[in-house]
Design a protein around this ligand. Structure first.
Ligand SMILES: Nc1ncnc2c1ncn2[C@@H]1O[C@H](COP(=O)(O)OP(=O)(O)O)[C@@H](O)[C@H]1O
Length: 177
């Protein structure tokens, strides 16, 4: 089945601003937001618990099986702090958010993460693990790295993503404002 709307992925280390950016983009365009962490819990797609990162481990095969028919229809913003297990065919564009280490540290501390979890996530960002994961899993031409340290960055990123969606040229995209 061919899609009438594009699919994009918004990924990056926890705390880089994925949810906030999705919320903002969705004020302007009629797409559906798939928050993989939440959907995995609701639809019982969990495979255990990561003691080191202090978070649930999702059952990647199960979540793909659950969501494949929905994503194939198009019009989805998929959001998750990982990306290598999604089918390549799902996405028209991939956006990897990045945040300066000290800013990320403060955001995660404010979120109440313990010291180990903060350190592991900041290390993940320092080693640009998610960007590399994306580069190793998808065609580099559909990947954009977006710095997201402050409100100005956020404004720019919203525009970049909306422009990308507009330029995909799918016939059914509805812009709300
Ligand atoms: N561009 C930004 N400038 C300043 N603060 C931001 C920005 N993006 C996100 N934040 C803040 O950082 C925190 C983490 O954002 P969130 O969207 O929950 O990250 P993620 O979904 O990647 O875990 C929130 O308190 C949010 O308000």
């Amino acid at each position: 089945m061919s899609r009438s709307k594009p699919n994009i992925l918004i990924t990056g280390t926890p705390g880089v601003g994925k949810s906030t950016l999705c919320t903002e983009v969705l004020k302007h365009v009629d797409l559906d937001w798939l928050e993989i962490s939440k959907i995995a819990k609701i639809r019982d797609c969990l495979a255990g618990y990561d003691e080191q990162f202090n978070c649930p481990i999702i059952d990647e095969d199960k979540i793909i099986d659950e969501l494949d028919p929905v994503v194939e229809m198009g019009g989805k913003i998929v959001e998750y702090h990982g990306c290598d297990f999604f089918p390549e065919r799902w996405f028209d564009g991939i956006f990897v958010l990045r945040t300066n280490n000290t800013i990320l540290y403060d955001r995660l501390q404010e979120r109440g993460y313990n010291d180990l979890k903060i350190r592991k996530n900041v290390e993940c960002e320092i080693f640009q693990s998610i960007l590399e994961e994306a580069m190793n899993s998808y065609d580099g031409t559909i990947i954009q790295e977006l710095h997201n340290n402050n409100i100005n960055d956020m404004e720019k990123n919203i525009k970049i993503i909306l422009r990308f969606i507009r330029n995909t040229g799918y016939f059914k995209i509805v812009f709300l404002v």
